[in-house]
Design a binder for this molecule. Structure first.
Ligand code: 4AD
Ligand code: MG
Length: 428
């Protein structure tokens, strides 16, 4: 017998099935009980009527509690008009009768829900968010694999910083020396492109961010992509095509989840490459006109990012930044501006990608490393790449949680990762 799954209920009409799952909810009215059953693939309503059941089974159903694990037998029927299915219950076994479930129908505060994250993950909205996250991950792999990228796993324990030293998590490495948790695998991917041309990594990265904003986690997932022979403008093209591909995949695969999340899909349907490009200087002028107190050489704050995209529907590239507020490895143009981009998502979801063309000249890079007061000896291997067949190259990193937040319409990144880590949260 084929294994029954609620998401494949249409294949089982009028058949007798066994469902292994949990009781998401239940209610009884007189001689009929309605069980909302969840099997990890979806939901189905189970209907149990006293008249059709052995007394022992009926009594068990009356003693159920929310989130009890159960094995239910019954027959699948289809709603005469809607694409909905029901399970006419004929037998039920309680695998474990759940204790009183702490997450109820009433409103809970975020701290309570995060303290109970191990249980909250089962709630329908949280399930929908993780399913969309899964689609995004798969879409990224699909796009990159089709485009000739291979996955290179970069290390998490590293001897040096990638994105500046102020946000580094430090580790005592066998009491002999210090090591750091990776902020991005980028530098290692720059080595790998000389072997494979186009590569990516996808894994957890760490930032000892003191920021307590809705966009910051201390541990988050990043996909870094790196490409040999690709310069600034083509780097942007890959990014906008990848993002458009991901959005289309989510719209195709996750209708059920987007509806559970009540995500307005109209703005998402308009996301198609190419995206608007705006220099940092243009962005500053626009922001000042809109009332921001941002100055010529300032980074964009969270509010600036929201303001900047308030009149657009697709993400916006902010390019050509003042080099002094960007990372040491970025190549500069003739005006001394960094050949980089921040991709800012619309609807107030902020920066989802950071990318740049990389400095490929040995002497220039050495100068920058010194200017940034980074330890030259630790970067010698990275400098070496500019000595043995250096080529123009570029890449970018996507922050997965912010991307998930945008597509799900979830404002705080703490809900877009299974177990969030923030300054004030390491549990559960
Ligand atoms: O802009 P960032 O710092 O870029 C890099 O790390 C580059 N080395 C990537 C590369 O070129 N390969 O980080 C990339 C993205 C940001 O755009 C943002 O979406 C996300 O990572 N991000 C965070 N997400 C959650 N919490 C934080 N603390 C984040 N910091 C960055
Ligand atoms: Mg950035």
């Amino acid at each position: 017998m084929k294994e029954f799954r609620t998401d494949k209920a249409q294949d089982f009409i009028d058949q007798k099935v066994t469902l292994k799952g949990w009781v998401a909810n239940f209610r009884s009215s007189g001689k009929i009980s309605f069980l909302q059953l969840r099997d990890g693939y979806g939901y189905i309503q189970g209907i149990a009527s006293e008249n059709d059941l052995e007394k022992a089974v009926w009594d068990k159903i009356q003693g159920l509690s929310v989130e009890s694990s159960v094995i239910v037998q019954g027959t699948i029927s289809k709603h005469p008009k809607k694409e909905e299915y029901e399970l006419q219950v004929s037998a039920l076994e309680i695998v474990q009768l759940a204790a009183e479930y702490p997450i109820g129908k009433k409103e809970h505060g975020p701290d309570f829900l995060l303290d109970n994250r191990h249980l909250w993950l089962r709630s329908s909205k949280q399930v929908a968010i993780q399913k969309i996250r899964n689609t995004i991950i798969n879409a990224i792999y699909e796009f990159l694999n089709k485009d000739g990228f291979i996955k290179i796993d970069s290390p998490i324990l590293t001897p040096n910083a990638c994105e500046g030293t102020t946000e580094l998590f430090e580790i005592d490495y066998f009491k002999e020396r210090k090591a750091y948790l990776s902020q991005s695998g980028q530098l290692y991917l720059e080595a790998a492109i000389m072997a494979h041309s186009k590569v990516f990594d996808f894994g957890p990265v760490f930032r000892a961010e003191k920021s307590k904003t809705r966009r910051h986690l201390t541990e988050f997932w990043m996909m870094d992509a790196e490409m040999a022979w690709v310069e600034h403008e083509d780097n942007l093209k890959v990014q906008e095509e990848l993002i458009s591909f991901i959005v289309a995949k989510v719209l195709e695969i996750n209708q059920t989840e987007l509806n559970i999340l009540e995500r307005d899909q109209e703005p998402l349907k308009k996301i198609k490459a190419p995206f608007v490009r705006m220099t940092h200087a243009e962005a500053v002028t626009k922001l000042q006109k809109l009332g921001s107190d941002i100055k010529e050489h300032d980074d964009l704050g969270g509010d600036d990012e929201t303001l900047l995209t308030s009149d657009v529907e697709a993400p916006v590239f902010v390019i050509h930044w003042p080099a002094e507020i960007k990372a040491f490895y970025m190549k500069r143009n003739d005006q001394g501006l960094a050949l980089c981009d921040d991709l800012i998502a619309p609807e107030g979801f902020g920066e989802i990608i950071g990318g740049s063309q990389r400095e490929d000249d040995y002497d220039e890079l050495l100068k920058r490393i010194k200017e940034h007061k980074l330890p030259v000896d630790q970067f010698q291997w990275y400098l070496d790449l500019r000595q043995y067949g250096s080529v123009p190259h570029s890449g970018f990193g996507i922050g997965l949680e912010r991307l998930v937040g945008w597509l799900c319409g979830i404002k705080h990144v703490r809900e877009t990762i299974p177990f969030p880590r923030m300054i004030n949260r390491l549990n559960p």
